[in-house]
Design a protein around this ligand. Sequence first.
Ligand SMILES: [Zn+2]
Length: 443
Amino acid sequence: MKKSKFFLISSLTACAVIFCLAMLPVIEKWMLPEMLRDSRNENGSALRFKVEDAQAVVFYPKDSEQEFVETMTSYIFDDLSKMDLTSEKIKVDYRNFYSEPYLFLCFDAVDEQGKLLKVYSGICDTQTHQAVELDSLVSESFYEVVSSELRYQTKASGILHDLAYTSEFYEKTTKDALRNLEFFLNEEGVEVYIETVLANQTVLLSAELESSLFYTLMKDDQALYQPSDLVHPVRHYVDVNRPMVSLTFDDGPVKKNTELAIELLNTYDARATFFMLGYRMERNHEVVLDVLNSGHEIASHTYNHPDLTEKKTNLSYQYSRNQEILSEITQGQASIGLLRPPYGAFNQKVKESSPYPLILWSLDTLDWKTLDAQATHDHIMTNVKDGDVILLHDLHAPSVESLRTVLPALVDAGYQIVTVSEMMEARGIEMQNGVSYSKARKE
Ligand SMILES: [Zn+2]
């Protein structure tokens, strides 16, 4: 529910609103059609209205926060009356759940076929009897996780078909596009709904989250708050039958560049592999956590970028130090599984001793040489093929800037943008330690 409308009519009762506003539906004595009848009447009450042939009934709970409930029902009447209701029958039924000190209330509007048309939700603080905004309960990461889950579950369900793989879908499901989502918490978990327009059609998207995950995403001054994990899971849907590429970033993390890369990648539901230098991880704990909590992959580019084929290089230190740093930052909640040797240089000794698969690349953007976002864009879009591992450097700002155009271009060219591990798994490649991989073509 949008805040402004919600408070605008908060002091009026539902009935008063219906009688006062001209052009609104007239309450008439009419026979309740079959689909609008409900046994819930015993526990709650019903309001109904009729415009020409259109009829709607709203059931609401009677035994709880009366003013809050009336504000919501009046908002619903107002909203329904603006819909094109000609010859329609709409039933709006409620669900409520108490979790001290909050009342979570949700109204589902369905048509005669039982199709969910709209969801209206609200949260009430039962101590102050005031409406509570979701923003005041949840942290920023909540919206990031909802964005990922909404995309994951929409793709997994197949309801949007190809539309779920377009830049339009991603741009309308970013964390910032979800600020007006409808939200309902009950004993089974969290449900979120967002109405949006895709390919000129209005669609109602939804996702479910487990309660435990939701609680870790609350602000830590909340009564419902439970201790959080440093690293929370973010799922990413990969369709093994669609084309895909891996974007890889070397030589970071660099706070400003890497954070911008994450933001742009998240906008387009893209997951990347960051081959990090250990000494930079030590200086950027927050960035390392942000990379993980956006669902990206952290891999090793050694501690301080030596040539692994040189005799003086301490191989075991270069192999193990990054994992030690990552364990320290995440309290043991994340691990490294891939190594990219600096300069792509390795020899027999490295192959025999590496505790990780060696990841090279099949598309070198030469971004470090051109230092030009447009040149990087052109290089990628001219050469990209299904199964490519694309080499970029988040050390350089223009490389990250190029993502602004590269990401929507790749997406609308049909590519999923996935981590190296996701791509290898999707293509059935079982990576072995000490073996080098530079691409994952479809067989
Ligand atoms: Zn490097």
